[in-house]
Write a protein that binds this ligand. Structure first.
Ligand code: C5P
Length: 224
């Protein structure tokens, strides 16, 4: 394999309700992070996995993942971006393709990992999985009045894993000023062209209790 996958898993998961950090919430009896890492490790291109864990859970995460896949666990940061930077710093020499995958996207299909990696291998600097936007989208003022309707046909919902040539991601993180919600955003600011590949509904981000229930159902009815 020529691919390192960074897994930011240090978020609190406030939107899921009170409880453990999100990556450690249970889905079909196992933490979201365990599902995600097991699926990532199944992708043949993957050589290295680095997980950024909540500071208080680093040792627990090491023990959880030891039977699942070979991985390195580092201390996460106070923002997603800081967690990704910490994981990136722990990638050994070797892999020239780096993917970043949210632990919260626990049902990630290994074929999507391969598709993103293949796009970078083919010569692109950055690649992201996207889906069309299903709902009509409106811009709304703070007090709830519609300001306008956005042209949905030009919009995409963005998932992970996001893939990068290693040097491109490292340069983007080295010069990052403000915290963004994804890594492609940092790379875009560097003027790097980001290529879209078709995403998957299984790569959904498990954010709210509804998503957890849906993921349980998907696992129970179609395990892969
Ligand atoms: O909060 P959000 O849904 O954007 O989090 C996306 C991913 O980033 C999650 O997997 C979460 O665990 C991770 N994260 C992190 N460190 C933080 C905040 C979020 O690794 N400080």
């Amino acid at each position: 394999g020529d691919v390192a996958v960074l897994v930011p898993a240090a978020g609190a998961g406030v939107r899921l309700g009170p409880g453990a950090p999100k990556a450690l919430r249970l889905l079909a009896g196992e933490p979201l992070l365990v599902h995600a890492v097991r699926r990532i490790a199944t992708a043949p291109s993957v050589h290295t996995i680095v997980v950024a864990a909540p500071p208080a859970e680093v040792e627990a995460v090491r023990q959880l993942l030891a039977p699942i896949a070979e991985s390195t666990v580092v201390v996460g940061g106070s923002t997603r971006q800081a967690s990704v930077a910490a994981a990136l710093a722990a990638v050994p020499a070797g892999p020239e393709i780096v993917l970043v995958h949210d632990a919260a996207r626990a049902l990630i299909p290994p074929v999507l990992v391969e598709a993103v990696a293949a796009t970078i291998r083919a010569g692109h600097d950055a690649a992201i999985p996207v889906l069309p936007v299903i709902d009509t989208v409106k811009e709304v003022s703070a007090d709830g009045v519609v300001l306008g309707t956005v042209d949905r046909s030009a919009l995409r919902a963005v998932q992970t894993p996001q893939g990068f040539r290693r040097a491109v991601l490292a340069a983007a993180h080295a010069s990052a000023v403000d915290a963004l919600t994804d890594d492609a955003g940092l790379v875009e600011k560097q003027g790097v062209r980001v290529t879209c590949v078709p995403g998957s509904p299984y790569a959904m981000k498990i954010t709210q209790p509804f998503d957890l229930a849906l993921a349980e159902h998907l696992l129970a009815t179609q395990p892969e």
